[in-house]
Design a protein around this ligand. Sequence first.
Ligand code: SF4
Ligand code: SF4
Length: 224
Amino acid sequence: MIVAERKPLNEVRNLINGYNKILTVGCGTCVAVCLAGGEKEVGILNAELKLAGKMEKKPVETGGVTVERQCDMEFLDEIENLVEQYDALISLACGAGVQFLAERFPDKPVFPGVDTAFIGANRDVGWYEEKCRGCGSCFLGMTGGICPVTMCAKSLFNGPCGGTNQGNCEISNEQPCAWYMIYERLSKQNRLDSILEICPPTDWRNTTPRTLVQPAYKGRKAAR
Ligand code: SF4
Ligand code: SF4
């Protein structure tokens, strides 16, 4: 899932400065699971905005709604009538959701209420770990399922470097060396020959905005 973190209240207040009627739009998917931008967080942010506005004698009127996914136009159509009633929107979705909301309602200022952090997994309640950087050329099949782009401080596709130190990375004794972990994992699976294969220079496809159309839908896209 995409992991995000709520922006500090003052930052959000600065963004909406000058607007009186604010609609906070949550997203019911990734950001709800990571406790940053779901229905509950919409209510919390609006309560904080109201209280801060009241205390500083700059009252702000807030409304809240949470759509199933902000990265899907179908769910944004549902809030068209509501959006019309407000001066500006705060999106608690990831950056993709914020951009889709801004595209769907181009006459309304849309401000991000969260910082999109990474693609990660849920280690425990409220604890998320980065697991993927969407490099566009997944290498996990050669590395025992451990991502060298995310886990290695140098994002090396051919490792380890000379800095691995008793299982840790040279950047910190608290950071395991990704390639040490890869070695251990492959060793357990009797697949150490994989580590000897040289990965050629990668065609970095994440330097421009990427689009992915699943094969069954290529005709549909071409017809648009
Ligand atoms: S190699 Fe790592 S960053 Fe690239 S797609 Fe696979 S998991 Fe994601
Ligand atoms: S010590 Fe290991 S994790 Fe750190 S940069 Fe070198 S190969 Fe990557």
